[in-house]
Design a protein around this ligand. Structure first.
Ligand code: MSP
Length: 510
């Protein structure tokens, strides 16, 4: 039976083009979405942009444009980058979409009706970079540690407040009852200590005089919804909240993927908002780390960043996806350098899986003309079974890098066995013909299984690999049918592949 799987990313501020850090998150969520499709689920993958608030308002003004005109002009930069990187979302939501305004207002009204809004005066700091309220304790030398180039501003406004403080116990009880609610565990522990430290009510409206660019609150003139409060609601909008209750009941709750800098909003405020509105909490929240450059967060505000679109055009989507998913451990921070990227390409892709494919298929064609007959080599079969179990478990726990590493054990072992067993020498000895057939079958079948496990990370190249192995049918297969040893048909035609990952000097000369 297929089941619904709803996955979301954080939605990016539209104050510049996306960089590799934003791409990292979208790719990670895409990998999980693709894995769930491989397992036969009915997936809905939501990503998009966060377009309101003072950060976007100010950037648009600096560009001499109206905010909507400005964000409209930047949307292609996001969509083109995600298309070039093969990020296969089902909806690209913009918080300026009309159904989102309706959902945001509906949720706010529901929370008000439940008695969780009150009017209070806010006096304190605000960081435009985070679009967040800050206490003196949050600032270091008077600046937000995540946006050192920005001066926080002092706000004094009478606003609507959400009674976040009323939810400490319910939040803690939920965390207790659902130990995997937030992953990785060390992030969950940070969130738990934040909740245990006590929660303060949060301002959820802004006066139109200070921020005009937002969703108006019908029951409070001259106010817009505070951008974070509003943006989080996109996850409900994407599932049909307030518009299509049947779809909403089918899709909700979601798995949320987001960065470690926004856990406070997603793991504390958001579940409390849902509790207040009587809506089930998200299934799971995964907080990934940052893509770093020279030890610092890659960031639009501080002007660092690698353009994912240009990179995908130069190297292809899959090498970028592979680098990010294997070298920037999913859940931790990781450095990006061009040297490391190119070294990874050469070692893992060109010399690793690319070379394995070209050697195995060429030898099978040369010695047998097609997929040779088993019985397959028992040691590789046993390793395959182990790796499938390990990678499946890792993907199911959203541990993408672990899943890639397990699949890689198989690729590495196959290459090592070729070096040790030297099939070209076996081919010279007629008495070894059966052993050679078994060995080559095992290599090809191991490749088929590795490509099924790696297809969420490298969809384009793994499809090419399936073509070379003559098992295009794998694209329609799911779950155990795909991942069980023996899927390759003896006698099936093989196609001599173009180099799957050409050497960099060749690739870049094209
Ligand atoms: N608009 C808010 C999110 C609202 S979600 C309801 C926001 N936008 S952002 O553009 O600043 O960041 C969007 C996502 O990209 C966040 O999850 C953030 O952690 C992630 N990243 C931004 N820079 C990053 C890196 N250098 N590395 C990895 N991810 C980072 O926050």
């Amino acid at each position: 039976m297929t089941s619904s799987f709803y996955i979301t990313t954080a939605i990016d501020y539209v104050n510049g083009k996306p960089h590799l850090g934003h791409a990292y998150e979208k790719i990670g969520a895409d990998v999980i979405a693709r894995w769930r499709r491989v397992m036969g689920d009915d997936v809905f993958f939501l990503t998009g942009t966060d377009e309101h608030g003072s950060k976007v308002e100010k950037t648009a003004a600096a560009a001499g444009m109206q905010p909507k005109e400005y964000t409209d002009s930047l949307i292609p930069a996001f969509k083109d980058a995600w298309a070039a990187l093969d990020v296969q979302y089902d909806r690209f939501i913009r918080t300026t979409d009309p159904d989102h305004a309706a959902a945001a207002v509906a949720l706010l009204a529901r929370i008000r009706d439940a008695g969780y809004l009150l009017e209070k005066k806010y006096e304190g700091w605000y960081c435009d970079g985070c679009e967040g309220y800050k206490t003196d304790k949050d600032l270091i030398d008077g600046r937000c540690p995540d946006h050192k180039s920005l001066e926080p501003k002092w706000l004094e406004e009478t606003n609507l407040f959400f009674r976040l403080s009323a939810f400490e116990d319910q939040l803690l009880a939920h965390y207790e009852a659902h130990p995997d609610f937030v992953l990785p565990e060390f992030r969950k522990n940070e969130v738990l200590s934040l909740i245990r430290g006590g929660l303060k009510d949060v301002s959820v409206s802004r006066s139109s005089a200070s921020v005009a660019w937002g969703i108006s609150i019908p029951f409070r003139p001259d106010s817009v919804i505070y951008v974070w409060f509003e943006a989080l609601i996109n996850y409900l909008t994407g599932a049909g909240y307030g518009v299509d209750e049947e779809r909403f009941a089918y899709r909700w709750p979601a798995v949320h993927v987001l960065g470690k800098d926004v856990t406070r909003f997603h793991c504390v405020l958001w579940p409390a908002m849902l509790l207040a509105a009587g809506i089930p909490l998200p299934l799971q929240i995964f907080a990934h780390g940052w893509v770093l450059q020279s030890g610092e967060k890659m960031s639009k505000t501080s002007g660092t960043g690698v353009e994912p679109l240009a990179m995908a055009q130069r190297y292809g989507a899959d090498p970028v996806r592979f680098y990010l998913m294997s070298q920037v451990t999913w859940g931790k921070d990781g450095e990006f350098t061009w040297e490391r990227f190119e070294a990874t390409y050469t070692a893992f892709l060109a010399n690793g899986i690319g070379n394995l494919l070209s050697r195995s298929v060429s030898m099978a064609i040369k010695y047998f003309g097609c997929v040779p007959e088993g019985p397959a080599d028992p040691s590789l079969q046993a390793l395959c079974e182990e790796v499938v179990a390990e990678a499946t478990q890792a993907y199911d726990q959203l541990q993408i890098t672990d899943a890639v590493n397990s699949a890689w054990r198989l690729v590495r072992e196959c290459n090592e066995q070729i070096t040790v067993r030297q099939p070209w020498t076996m081919a010279k000895d007629d008495s070894q013909r059966e052993a050679l057939a078994s060995f080559l079958y095992a290599l090809l079948e191991s490749l088929r299984i590795s490509s099924a496990l790696l297809s969420p990370v490298m969809p384009g190249k793994c499809a090419a690999l399936q073509d070379a192995l003559g098992c295009e049918r794998d694209r329609e297969r799911t779950g155990a049918e795909l991942l069980t040893w023996g899927g390759l048909q003896t006698g099936a035609p093989l196609n001599k592949p173009m180099p799957l990952f050409p050497r960099l000097d060749t690739l870049l000369a094209e």
